[in-house]
Structures are given as structure tokens and as C-alpha cells.
Design a protein around this ligand. Structure first.
Ligand SMILES: Nc1ncnc2c1ncn2[C@@H]1O[C@H](COP(=O)(O)OP(=O)(O)OP(=O)(O)O)[C@@H](O)[C@H]1O
Ligand SMILES: O=C(O)C[C@@H](O)[C@H](O)C(=O)CO
Length: 336
């Protein structure tokens, strides 16, 4: 059964809008940040990571965002270009804004956290006038990510991108990607997330992220079916609710909850799971695969990333995901 039909006549497979920043991942793992002395620098930001994942899987990709006019900004642009991502709508800030930094603390495979430096960041300064309509008009998929809704003018830029996507028939994917740091109140967060979600075809989030969106709803049991059902009255055709290592469920308007098996992983750290899962899943549905197969592919991509030190740099190719699934099926990979 096909739940989403992609506009095949468009030449660009995928464009994302939002955060481009830097991850500084602790080299000395299994210790707190206070005792961590060295870090490795990677491109970061959830929508950037997903775009890198899509490009590694062989899709034609582009990014809409804003970078700082400094060495970090240039590092990001160069990395995207080296990964075959079109940067024609990556704008350079001229106001002295800086690159967002995410320092990651890896205390154990299950105890990881992120310390964010996000004051005056360039990515939140993208304006609606800077979003190129022609780019979105030529894309099969537009992905938005919740963090870009946290402040103006980036918030308006995302809504403008949504208007263009609706006008030109791109499939819209919303990765909730809720990071509390840049929001001022839970009420503001819930209102803007809900307004954006109404326009989206595929919504992906963790149970906790959907709880945040349900601030003004009645769902005391945190029932996934109730959560998903609301969105089918708007534009949604697929709502995925993720439950960490317990896997994810994709709900569809026919009331079915699709589940896929998850895979074992030798976990180094948990962050990046959601981004690689999103890339693998979107790639799968764009190939016309079943939701179950697409989710399986996302889960395997996630396992590869959480078994690695980085998020962006560890995004796998299609051959690497196929190989991981085959090795799991042969029993060659066990959980850590
Ligand atoms: N420990 C694990 N072992 C195997 N697979 C995992 C594990 N953790 C996550 N996954 C896979 O990754 C998918 C997404 O993970 P999760 O629900 O943690 O997303 P997330 O919270 O958005 O991730 P992130 O930490 O990047 O924000 C899961 O549905 C599962 O398939
Ligand atoms: O959310 C961030 O900006 C940090 C990311 O760059 C990091 O790679 C991550 O958490 C992935 O989800």
C-alpha cells in the first residue's frame, strides 16, 4: 500500500531547512564533561545531519540555511559541498552572528547529553525573503525541523518554505527535533509546533516530543493512536512515534500501526539515532518500499550511527546499510 506519492517529475530529491552547526564530540568517552579535555569537530544540527544522510544514500540534495561569516561557517559549507549537497541557498550572515556549538558528553552508551551554545546563532537569522521559491518548486521533499521555529526570523522562513512546498506540491516531512534551549515557554513551543504540523505529510518524533505538542490536548495515557489520529484530519499521511531502542511505530490514516524489527548495535552514544533513522526511512519510502521495510532501513542506519563517534560523518551509504542488515540477519552483530 502506498501512503505518499512523491512528485517524480522534480529533479531535486530532497531539500531541508534549518540548523547548520558544529558538534564537538568528546574524545575521552565514559566520563563527565568536567573531565573531558579534547573534542573532535563535526558538522551538526539535526536537519543538516539528515541531509548528509540522504546524500550518502545517493539522493540529490540541497540545504536552506544560514551560516556565520567565519571559519566555522566556511567549514560547514565546505563539508556540505564535499558531500555533494547543493549550497546555493546557504546564506552567509553579515550581522556578526556565530555558529551554534553542541558539546556532547558521552558518560556511557545510555547516558549521553548535549551542552548547547546557541546565543546569537546564525541559523536562527535566516529570513523568509532568503528562502528560494524556485529551489523548493523543484524538490520532491521538503524537510523542516522544529528547532528552526524557535525564534524569528527563522520561524517565518520555515513557514514561508512550507507555503512554497504546498504551492508546488512537494511532500513535507516534519522532524520534531525539539531542543528546549532556544524556546521561551512550553506554551509558545506547543502552539508553533502544532501550526507547522498541520501542513505536513509525514511527521516524525519521539513520544516525549509529541507529549510536548499535546500541552493543550487531553491524552492522559499518552496513547500513540490518539496522538497520531489528530494529524490525519489535517495533511498527514504517516505519523511516526519513536520509542528509542524499543523501536518505532508508523501510524497511517487507515488506523494501522506499522512496526518494524529493530537491530542490535554496539552503542557508543545515542545521539544521532533520530537523524539517521529519518534519512533511512525517507530514502525507503522514496524508493516505493513498504513502511515496514523503510523503517527497518532507518533502524539499521541508526544502529550504524550510534555505533560510531559522530552523527554527520558516520551517516552510512546504501551499501553500508545493506551490509549491516545482512550481518545482523547472519547473527554476526550482537547488542553491546
Ligand atoms: N540502543 C539502540 N539500539 C538499537 N537501535 C536503536 C537504539 N536507540 C535508537 N535506535 C534506533 O533509532 C531509532 C530512533 O531512535 P530514538 O527514538 O532514540 O530517536 P531520537 O530520540 O530522535 O534520537 P536522537 O537521540 O538523535 O535525538 C529507533 O526507533 C531505533 O530504531
Ligand atoms: O541538535 C544539535 O544541534 C546537535 C546535533 O548536531 C547532534 O548531532 C545531534 O544531537 C543529532 O541529533
Amino acid at each position: 500500500m502506498t501512503y505518499v506519492t512523491f512528485p517524480q517529475e522534480k529533479s531535486l530529491d530532497f531539500v531541508a531547512i534549518g540548523r547548520l552547526c558544529i558538534d564537538l564530540n568528546a574524545n575521552e568517552i565514559h566520563r563527565p564533561m568536567e573531565e573531558t579535555m579534547t573534542f573532535t569537530k563535526y558538522v551538526g544540527g539535526s536537519p543538516a545531519n539528515i541531509t548528509i544522510g540522504m546524500s550518502r544514500l545517493g539522493m540529490k540534495t540541497s540545504f536552506i540555511g544560514k551560516i556565520a561569516n567565519d571559519q566555522m561557517g566556511r567549514f560547514i559549507a565546505t563539508y556540505l559541498e564535499r558531500n555533494a549537497i547543493d549550497t546555493s541557498n546557504v546564506v552567509t550572515d553579515r550581522t556578526g552572528a556565530v555558529t551554534g556549538l553542541a558539546f556532547t558528553e558521552i558518560k556511557s552508551p545510555t547516558d549521553c547529553s548535549i551542552l548547547m551554545y546557541r546565543d546569537n546563532v546564525a541559523d536562527l537569522k535566516l529570513t523568509p525573503e532568503e528562502v528560494q521559491e524556485s529551489l523548493i518548486a523543484g524538490a520532491k521533499v521538503l524537510l523542516i525541523s522544529g528547532t528552526a521555529l524557535a525564534q524569528s526570523p527563522s520561524r517565518e522562513a520555515v513557514f514561508q518554505a512550507l507555503n512554497y512546498a504546498k504551492k508546488h506540491g512537494a511532500i513535507i516531512v516534519f522532524d520534531l527535533d525539539y531542543r528546549p534551549y532556544t524556546w521561551t515557554s512550553p506554551e509558545e513551543t506547543a502552539v508553533y509546533y502544532n501550526l507547522a504540523a498541520e501542513k505536513c505529510d509525514i511527521i516524525l518524533g519521539t513520544r516525549e516530543e509529541f507529549d510536548m505538542m499535546e500541552k493543550f490536548e487531553h491524552n492522559p495515557e499518552k496513547d500513540d493512536h490518539i496522538t497520531a489520529a489528530k494529524w490525519f484530519d489535517y495533511s498527514a499521511k504517516i505519523v511516526i512515534i519513536k520509542h528509542g531502542k524499543d523501536g518505532s511505530i508508523a501510524y497511517t490514516p487507515d488506523g494501522v500501526g506499522h512496526r518494524a524489527k529493530s537491530f542490535p548495535a554496539k552503542v557508543v552514544k545515542t545521539f544521532g539515532a533520530g537523524d539517521s533513522y529519518a534519512a533511512g526511512f525517507i530514502y525507503g519510502v522514496m524508493q516505493g518500499w513498504t513502511l515496514e521495510k523503510s523503517m527497518e532501513y532507518g533502524s539499521a542506519a541508526a544502529c550504524i550511527v550510534i555505533s560510531s563517534h559522530s552523527c554527520s560523518d558516520a551517516m552510512p551509504t546504501a551499501a553500508a546499510v545493506d551490509d549491516y542488515i545482512e550481518r545482523c540477519n547472519r547473527g554476526e552483530i550482537t547488542a553491546s
